[in-house]
Design a protein. Structure first.
Length: 142
């Protein structure tokens, strides 16, 4: 019996009723690394995977992402505050400071050189919100 390789990976996100098809064989961890910035909340979801044979395609890895149950880790959105420009932004999902820098450093000047503070608050009508405040570094060099 010959084992066929995986032709593509199908990503299903139940919370947004979305699915994506990408070429190749990606594990759940590889999907999170590659697509967390484009799919809000992906890094905080649980995943299940299976392989199916599909006529005309071959083997397909299907990875289903679902929100974690319970309230822990159920951050609905992230608020980014940049004190130096008196700006704030709201994005869906739970982004860490590192994910924010990676995703938005090109659009927010100086972001990668700032210090940050992060906290989670509960807001009526929204749920848990992660608030990440970026501030210019202080002190003298050397």
């Amino acid at each position: 019996m010959t084992t066929q390789s995986i032709a593509r990976t199908e990503i299903i996100v139940t919370s947004s009723d979305s699915d994506y098809q990408v070429p190749g064989d990606l594990s759940p961890a590889q999907i999170v690394t590659a697509y967390a910035a484009q799919i809000p909340g992906l890094s905080n979801m649980t995943s299940e995977e299976r392989v199916e044979y599909r006529d005309g395609v071959g083997n397909v890895r299907i990875v289903t992402f679902k929100p974690r149950t319970g309230t822990k880790g159920a951050v609905a959105r992230t608020e980014i505050i940049v004190t130096s420009s008196d700006s704030d932004y709201q994005v869906p999902g739970d982004l860490s400071p590192a994910q924010i820098v990676t995703a938005y450093a090109a659009q927010i000047p100086g972001l990668s050189n700032m210090t940050h503070e992060s906290r989670v608050e509960f807001r009526d009508g929204v749920g848990e919100v992660r608030i990440v405040t970026f501030k210019p570094r202080t002190g003298t060099k050397g």
